[in-house]
Write a protein that binds this ligand. Sequence first.
Ligand code: BGC
Length: 872
Amino acid sequence: MTSLSVHTLRCEYRTNPIGIDVEKPRLFWKLESRLQDVFQTDYRITAALSEEGLESEAPDLWDSGKVSSDQSVQVEYGGPKLAPRQRVWWRVEVWDSHGKRALSRPAYFEIGLMNTAEWQAEWIGSWQFGAPKTQAPSHLLRKSFNVDQPVVQARLYITSLGLYECTVNGKPVSEDCLTPGWTEYRKRILYQTYDVTPHISQGENVLGAMLGDGWYCGHVSWLPRQFFGDRPKLLAQLEILHTDGSYTRICSDGSWTCHPGPILENDILMGETYDSAHEKPGWNLQGYKEDVHWLPVEVFPVPDLILQGQIGEPVKRHELIKPVATSYVHGRAIVNMGQNMVGRVRLTLHNQPKGQTITLKHAEVLNPDGTLYTTNLRGAKQQIVYTCKGESIEVYEPHFTFQGFQYVEINGHHGEIAEDTIVGIVMHSGMEVTGHFECYEPLLNQLQHNILWGQKGNFVDLPTDCPQRDERLGWMGDAQVFIRTAAYNMDVAGFFNRWLQTVEDSQSSKGEYPMYAPLASPNPTDADGGPAWADAGVICPYIIHLCYADKRQVSDRYESMARFIQSMVDAAPNLIRVDRDRGGWRGFGDWLSINAYTPEDLIGTAFFAYCLQLMSEMALAIGKHEDAEKYKAEHERVKSAYVEKFLSGESPEALTSQTGCILTLHFHLCPAEMRSVVSDALVKDIESRGMHLSAGFVGSSYLNDALTSTGHLDTAYALLNQKTWPSWLYAVTKGATTIWERWDGWTEENGYQDPGMNSFNHYAYGAIGDWLYRTVAGIDADPLDPGYHHIIMAPQPGGGLSHISAKLETLYGTVKSSWSVGNGAFTWEVEVPPNTHATIYIPGTNAKHNELVIENGTLEVGSGRYLFTSSV
Ligand code: BGC
């Protein structure tokens, strides 16, 4: 084996994507080598129209030539302008600092339809029967057509307002779920592209689609149904390429027919009702004769929105979970999945009578008497109703809904519940798990598990607050506090590329970012998310750039972010954001803090300053030097106003709450000489509460950072290890398998808290995960050389932890940090991936690498594996 290889070729963060609408797709690859200190000196990308074309000396699309550069991520395709439908085969050859060379295997990407002019399909759906606002059965839509020429390839371009599932000759076109997802439907909708070549046969073929209400016309949040539209609509264009270069196009149009199907009701929040008596066997297969009784579809006017190829990965089924126990309470079976999960169940029934109706209810937790606790679901029914066919085995999985649950109550089932009756299907957007954190303290390991599961359960197409009650919205505040943790746990670049487009699409004409995106609210004031919520529009692109060196995210969002900043400037003539003396909407404050109050204008002004600082850094990153200076100057002015208003006088307001101190320290808002005064006030408050935090969503995410950066590592660890509430471990000691919305979601003293606001799967307080990776394990990115091209490795052991082991799969490869402490000795194993370099900060004294003394405990290293020791 040669010592260098190049692999994991990706385009737009995806492996061999098809149907992308990107003018200059970005390419990525990873190097692997057994040698130390490996970096790429040159690369050469070749691109051709066919895989074989890559073998040619002069590939027919593009040859970058040998480029002297270490860039191996975010490399823009530089070939000729890409045409709709164009497939590009590419590969890369690399040279490294040891004089080695490696050639990758071929990869490809394929352009989508690119612009609306390429769409010949029409929007179709069923006729509306019954009163508006009531649930209508999901309709089956079908089109039979003939193919009589040899087929080279077939692509299905498809989307819907509402949800769709599609088959070609009875075969599902993909494993994706809940497509096309939820975007700002009034501006943009994503379409998916599927390679259906193997499904097409000579002679008759049938396209069959089933439509669901989804977010478009089902319930969203607490609103009545049909907020965006009255019924689902489908747009589908099947393009079959023949050997002579001609195309057969089968487009959704008035020639399709429709009929109500077995799904009588479907709704993301309410669940699904399925009556197998209404099945139409063979409806999506060739030779179906009954369609003479079907109605033609209705054709709708073309909506005024942008159709864009899929960004990131759609939602998929990722894991199966088997129940851990079944109990019988008041004669009802309650199945415990052992994990608070998000997705749905697969129901397998044995010998149930024909026409028997089985009802499944879902809940996250139980009442003390063992029944389901459902009051925290508010208006979301989360109920599945299935009426049986009466076969010896029947299997049913709901189609257009998902639930957040750990327990399933089964009603109407004849006889004992079998082992396979219920299987949990875990669904979330496609994101590779990239992080791993583990230590010898089981409660902390469970905390990390809960953080990851909070992420899985709430990254279902968009980052939601919760997955169970009648809410499930893309709350901006929650997303911004958690994004950095999220980017450790999983590769969320594509996921956020997608959602941040929606955030921009939801921006108001005044430049405000909303409370949640997409914005589904009849209330125009919700267009302003307020402090720490609206700011997600600036913070999230910054973090995506920091973790993935995603300059395009910054430049694409730049104009929108600048408008947002301007809206804050305009609304704050005295530089105090949401000034309490000016009245009006002041935001959510430090949401769900415990017995503490932080003034909203303090939070507002602190985040105003923070956004200006991030804007200045982002402007610099994309070469807008003048803007960078402008934002920097504005940042200084807002900072001074903050100091003047919140940090001056006898008893400065910023010192009266943990969150006031935290924001002052973390955003560097006070003069350097004041930091110790502020951090002392913070520690004093924590101590006065018996070593407990009081901060809510806004402050708690930076709490341990604020302590660590001011020399209070012990206090930070004490909070991490605290087991009584409010604390991160409290819920863990109560058996939680996800992160709770509230510090006091359930307490011994009071039982369940405010049922209107008590989710057991809310990721926001999981933001401590960032501190675990960044400070405990010591793996950090450098804003000046982002994407972990330059890695900062600076673990800070403490808290009685004897050992930790962490890994992060970056765009370049794996970073590892494992340390142990014992008998005054610190031992640290580090791995740095090829084509990156790291600054190593060894804690303690007497730092050594392979017995060599390291001055100041600091050194620069290239890729490779290292063992460091010191005395602590
Ligand atoms: C959501 C939160 C959100 C908040 C705004 C809640 O209903 O669940 O997570 O950020 O409203 O304060």
